[in-house]
Design a protein around this ligand. Sequence first.
Ligand code: FDA
Length: 394
Amino acid sequence: MIEKADVIVIGAGAAGLMCAIEAGKRGRRVIVLDHANKPGKKILMSGGGRCNFTHTHTRPEHFISHNPHFCKSALSRYTPWNFVELVERYRVAYHEKTPGQLFCDNSAKDIVQLLLSESQKYNVTIRMLTKIASIASVGSNEFKLQTSYGAIRCHSLVIATGGLSIPTMGASPFGYQIASQFGLSVWPTRAGLVPLTLHTTDKERLIDLTGIAVQCVVNSQRQSFHDNILFTHRGLSGPAILQISSYWNPGESLNINLLPNMDLLTHLIERQNSEPRKTVKTILTAQLPKNVVETFLSHQYVQKHMHEMRRAELKDIAETFASWRIVPNATEGYRTAEVTLGGVDCGALSSKTMEVLSVPNLYFIGEVVDVTGWLGGFNFQWAWSSGWAAGQVV
Ligand code: FDA
């Protein structure tokens, strides 16, 4: 006798577990299958082990997609406050780090435990270490899966296999392959929220800055972020760089303002009047780490005093620090990326239910879909919202 379920969810991550819980609440017999050894592995490693589980100011503008409208319906029906309510019901201690960004006080394990408790409460079966060999549609809109534990049939099939980032955590292209098998378009994928590497000459020039963080405004051709950048031995990281990486294409330059909280030229002119005997370097080191000043300030100005500086020279310095143009070499790739851009074309799915328009009872949710959030809890919110939306109907 072949095993039967109402709903099979492939992927025991954030989106898959949320969908399974919601379907379980409706009395559906749900089985979650996953090839990894434990559920919610990315949740466990997220937010530095404290899981930035949502952002209370979530808006559609915080997501990148070829269809920017697609995420609106799910995000408006299952909001950050719905997830906060669940977190509070389980008495998970949390705090707001920067405005809107909510993290666990103790551990990301609290979020996984919450999801597993809810799954158990609604009789969801979770089978780990399960390989799926094939999926076929059979009969009137049913699916048959061949797995390492035998064949299973189901009425609804939900693909929640996430993106390609961190392959060692179980990431695989499975979801994209299933989408292609059923004739859906998949947008090319690339690493997002990822550190950038530099060309050798830039890397050598900046090597002494490794470990230094500076608050900046980083501009690409499409977006701008005001946050820290971190110099690393491979290149640039830190929140502002991770954010801009999702908007950066190879070959493009970034424009970085290392002193975004002032008009540097005006500041230098003022200091020239008030502190003419100080060196340019001293004036700048009051604003930036010494190493940064020494690396960026042109040799010709290092020994000069403020009263010796001509207006054009001050302008030159202001431009160096407020408008640093750098062409990164590449991203660090999926090995360290937090997310995967691109994925299953939203045009193939219902924005209300996540169901494939051309294949009844087949659903795609979470990161496998071409919806990618900014840094700050937005990606989990998309996982919760899209998982919840499918969970109401599967
Ligand atoms: P997710 O990747 O969570 O789950 C997919 C599941 O499918 C996995 O369990 C995997 O094993 C399984 N699977 C894959 N292929 C399979 C196959 N062939 N067969 C069976 N199972 C398969 N976001 C955020 O909002 N706040 C944060 O703090 C962070 N922090 C963070 C840190 C790091 C280091 C990373 C890598 C990522 C984050 N993120 C984040 C992003 C966030 O983790 C991510 O967007 C969500 O986990 C996506 O949820 P999904 O359920 O879609 O996929």
